[in-house]
Structure formats: C-alpha cells, structure tokens
Design a protein around this ligand. Structure first.
Ligand SMILES: [Zn+2]
Ligand SMILES: [Zn+2]
Length: 463
C-alpha cells in the first residue's frame, strides 16, 4: 500500500534572538518570550480552529516555530495554494501578537516530516527560498521614537504601573502589557516548576545580585548554546532509517528535543545555591528551541553551568542515538557562546557577541564535539574558542590559577599586555616573586591548548 503523502508546513520567527533583544529591560524581553510561546506553542485543537490544519507531532516542540500538517492535495499547484493560504492565516495570527518580528514559511509534500525536511524544507531554509512576512512599515509620523526600543515610531503613551509613562511602539506596548499569568507556556516557567523556584528576578540587577560574596554582584553571563551535527544526523536518519516507522522517527526527534530541556534543567539545578537563592530562579531562559537555548545567569555560575550543560547534553543525546539503532548516525553534542558583562550593557550587544562566540566555538570543532568561546566585556579583548575537553583537562590548573590573589593575576595580565621584548622576563620575575611559577607553567608550553593570557581571562569568573 502506498503511504499517503502529507503537506508539511513550518512557520517560524526569523532571527528571533535579536528580536527578543530589542528591549534592554528584562520585563520587555520576558513579555516578548511569553507572547512568542503563547503564539507558537499551540495545542492540536487550537491549530485546527485557527488554521484549519493539524499539529505536526513528528516535529519536536520549539519556541518560535509552528509545525503544521495537512492532507496533501493531488497537484503541486493545489498544494502550493493551500500552503500559502494556511501560511497567511498563521502570519496574521503571529503578527497580531508579535508586531515587530519577522516570519517565514516553508513547506513540502512527502510521506514523513523527516523526508520532507531532508529533501525540501532544509534546503529551502538554507537557500532562503521561503515565503516571508515582514513587519508593516509604520504609517505613524516619525515625530516621536519609542522610548523603550528606540527602533520604531511610538504609537501612544502607556502607564507601566511603576510610575513611568513612556511613549511606546506597538511591539513594546505588547511587551510591557504582558501579565505574569501569560507565562504558563514559557521555557522560564517550565524551568521554575522543575527547580521548585516560584520566585524569579524582576530585572537583571536582581539576577546579578545572586552572585557570590566574592564578586561585585553586578555582572551577568549570557549563554547561547546550540546543538552540533543535527543536520547531518537527521539526514542520515531519513536516509538509512527507511525501516523505521514515522512514529519511531518522531520519537527520536522529540527525544532530542527533550535532551535540550533536560540538560538545561540539570545544569540549572547544578548551579543553584538553595541557601542563598531561597526560592529564586537563578537561570533565566529566554528561548528554548529544538537544540538551542538562550539564557542569562549570575556571572560566577556561568562556567559550571556551561560545563554541566555540554556534558549532560552529550550524554542525553547519546542515549537517544543508541535507542534509534540506525547505522552511521553521527554523535551529537553542543557548543556554547558565553558573554560576561555588566547587567547594564544593552542586551542587543550582548546577544550579538554571544552569537559570534557561538559561531567561533562551532567553527573550532566542525560539529564534532563540545566547545565553547567567550567574551568578557570588562577585559575587552577577544579570546580563542576552546574544546570542552581542554577545559576539563586543565580544570585543576585553572583552579590553582584562580586561587592566586586577584592582585597577582592582575599583575601577570599587565606584564603580558606589554608586547615588548622584556615581557616574558618580567612575567617570569613576577612569578618568582610570587613563588608560584608552578601555577602558570601548564599555560606556558608552546603547544598549550590554553595560553596564559586566556587562562587569566577564564580565571576571572572560573569557579
Ligand atoms: Zn518600542
Ligand atoms: Zn565590574
């Protein structure tokens, strides 16, 4: 019997991380995250009622993506028309809730979502061959610019309930009108439930204040993680997994999705300090996609969090891969971009830096293993991407370097900054004065994967 073909339609937000970062206030970001979750995490019933289509359960759950499936019409022309009509309804639904976001739709007719993705949806996404929906050009006069995002013309003044009454654009009106009860579908709420932390920081200073006593308690780290080799994995799965039922393939896809959520919860639990945090959430996820997460946490918990997350994610995806039992599936892992900054730094800059760090981390390993790249805004110079394995191998060396008095580390860094010929000699003389040459030795070898300058940069927030 021929398997009946289906029309698969994916509608998603474009560059959604930068869309979220339009407002520096956490409150505005949270409002956008909640609106995005509410607009895209839809039940099958809602999808039938709103769009006349069904929820595509073969795809995993991800913020900012609506996966639909319809019975495929007989001709390609009819399928295209049906897809465009349905996409139009989804665009209108999303536009009403996320005024300034950008959306795209892509579709394919096939026997399974995995095949549809491999042969058509994936390639079309890569080539940008999609149906786009851009925010409308405002007809409002450019007399006054929005006082929160400073990007769009303001529409009206709005009472924010904290004594402020700024002029806001439509998108910021949505963000700041957001009510806590609308958070029920967000990744943040999900994490709060899993950790048993009903309270959460109102703004970033409160998050930064969860930093340890040995810090100035005003720095946060923003982490952008993304899975490695997922494209390759799904390609192989579609290709070699012909004997797998659509249900098995869907289970694998959902299992990988769950790995992201579980690794997030596990790493967040690992860096939680119940005595100091009380019932306060210490990791704020803005967006959890299929294999990517964007979040902020106190700066001094970032390294333990990232190391935990990357290890946990690899372990969990390994289990899903083993269960799939398809020959030739590549091992899965994740890479992380990590940015340390004062909580006041505009969030769109932080997100841009986190994205470039993530890209650098991924370039280093070509999708083959866990890696991380970071940028410390206070240090102000770029650092090299690292394999997680190198960090783990040098854990005790980094611990020892971090244990040096801060003044000693500052002096070392100052010597290193002098590119003059005497720099090496001065550094060594300084080490002898400290009587701790052994501490820096591991970072001075010619082939050391972590050089001394970088080790000192890491040491600032290493725990
Ligand atoms: Zn605005
Ligand atoms: Zn500072």
């Amino acid at each position: 019997m021929m398997t009946r073909k289906k029309l698969y339609l994916d509608v998603s937000g474009v560059r959604i991380q930068s869309y979220l970062s339009r407002t520096t206030h956490l409150r505005g970001r949270r409002g956008a995250s909640a609106a995005l979750a509410e607009a895209t995490r839809l039940e099958d019933q809602e999808i039938r009622r709103l769009f006349g289509a069904s929820l595509n359960t073969e795809a995993g759950e991800a913020d900012g993506v609506v996966n639909l499936v319809l019975d495929a019409p007989d001709s390609e022309e009819e399928a295209d028309r049906l897809a465009r009509d349905t996409a139009g309804r989804v665009f209108r639904h999303l536009r009403a809730r996320l005024p300034a976001a950008e959306f795209q739709a892509v579709w394919a007719v096939d026997t399974s979502y995995l095949d549809a993705h491999r042969t058509t949806i994936g390639p079309r996404l890569r080539e940008g061959d999609v149906l786009s929906d851009l925010p409308p050009v405002s007809e409002l006069p450019y007399a006054r610019i929005c006082e929160r995002c400073h990007l769009d013309p303001a529409r009206d003044r709005v009472h924010l309930g904290d004594g402020e009454r700024p002029y806001l654009c439509p998108d910021c009106m949505m963000r700041f009108a957001h009510r806590t009860r609308e958070d029920a579908r967000t990744a943040e709420y999900e994490l709060q439930k899993r950790l048993g932390t009903p309270a959460r920081p109102k703004e970033l200073p409160e998050l930064a204040a969860l930093g340890g006593k040995d810090t100035d308690r005003n720095h946060v780290a923003t982490v952008f993680v993304d899975g490695n080799a997922f494209g390759h994995f799904f390609e192989k799965l579609a290709h070699h997994g012909r004997r797998l039922s659509a249900e098995s393939k869907a289970r694998i896809s959902r299992g990988l999705n769950q790995a992201t959520r579980d690794a997030l919860a596990e790493a967040a639990a690992a860096v939680r300090r119940p005595e100091e945090d009380g019932d306060m959430l210490c990791v704020i996820p803005y967006l959890v996609g299929g294999d990517d997460v964007l979040l902020s946490l106190p700066a001094d918990r970032a390294w333990p969090f990232v190391r935990h997350y990357l290890r946990s994610f690899t372990e969990r995806t390994k289990a899903v891969r083993a269960e799939a039992d398809v020959p030739g599936l590549p091992p899965l892992s994740a890479s992380a971009g990590l940015v340390f900054a004062h909580h006041k730094l505009p969030f769109h800059l932080v997100v841009e830096d986190a994205a470039s760090c993530l890209a650098a981390a991924k370039r280093l390993v070509h999708g083959k293993k866990e890696s991380v790249a970071f940028y410390d805004h206070t240090a102000g110079h770029p650092t090299h991407a690292l394999c997680l394995a190198d960090l783990e191998e040098h854990q005790s060396d980094l611990d020892a370097l971090t244990a040096l008095p801060e003044s000693g580390r500052h002096a070392l860094a100052a010597h290193l900054r002098h590119q003059a010929p005497h720099a090496a000699a001065a550094t060594e003389a300084h080490l002898d004065r400290l009587g701790r040459r052994d501490v820096v030795e591991p970072f001075l070898a010619d082939q050391a994967p972590i050089g001394l300058q970088q080790a000192l940069d890491i040491a600032r927030w290493w725990r």
